[in-house]
Design a protein around this ligand. Sequence first.
Ligand SMILES: [Zn+2]
Length: 325
Amino acid sequence: MKSKHFSANTMEERQDIFQEYFDRDLEHYFDSRISCCEHCYDEFCREWPGTAARDENFQRSGIEISYFLEQSRIQEAFYPEEIELFSKKLECPNCAAALDGVFYIFEHKFLVDEFHLSSIADLASKSPFLLLSHPFAAKVFDVIKRRFETADSLQAKSIWYRGRMAKDVPASPSLSDFGPPPATKVAEGRYNHAGHAMLYLADSANTVKGEMRASQPISVATIELDLTCKVLDLTICDDIDGDDDEVIQCLARSALCAAPRKSDGWDRPEYVFTRFVADCARHAGFGAVRYGSVQDHEGVNVVLLEPPSDISAIARLITTHTIPV
Ligand SMILES: [Zn+2]
């Protein structure tokens, strides 16, 4: 095949040069690398649900290979028929599929390979009581302890929302109808062990609706919370300063803490790591954890780790309203 500049090279070398040009443009124009392609996009989203749902840099990072090549400096160095031939050999670095459609130019601002997510997920599901034996879990424990000193407290008189099925509350509900459930009725939750009541609150009625995924009307209480406790912040953030931030972002973004609930049964392996995090947080002295809603990508939740059984000691009911289906 005729070559614009590389006639002296073998076809194999010309393929390599083409790849170098491609990589150079990725680096030059985007200062980033390929995170996934349309063939492994779902897998990436399963592994990094927080990033997929909330990070605009990732959400805007998709680009068609044909468009990328049209804009690339490759056009100056290769004839169209060379581009057509060599581009067929471009591969997704994540799954090795041919880059023949959309691919995503995005890079986490921390070294994801260091976290060995699959080995920790494996340990969490096989022997959850041994989690602390995993180096990453041990690191999480240390980071959370260090975090306590500099963490913010819950804002005084902050407004939060809590929902219940409308059929389960009286016509004129009171604050106690929205308190933590009795220990005997508490199943394993995202942050709580079975039998250990925590109070889950959301930042809007919409988040409540998304979290409850209800097929029947729900009653939503607007609550003013007056509790001054430290909050462990597990929401996503781009401002990463040091190892501790990297660990927190790994928690906020990965399936370890942001996996959607899979079943209604008693076995909920997707909650093992979050319950471990809650144990670390309580041990360190935190009274609450703030985290992105898994169901509503705009929403934020806060869970009070040790609420009093009578929440009138820390909260005031402002109003309630019913959201129809
Ligand atoms: Zn891929």
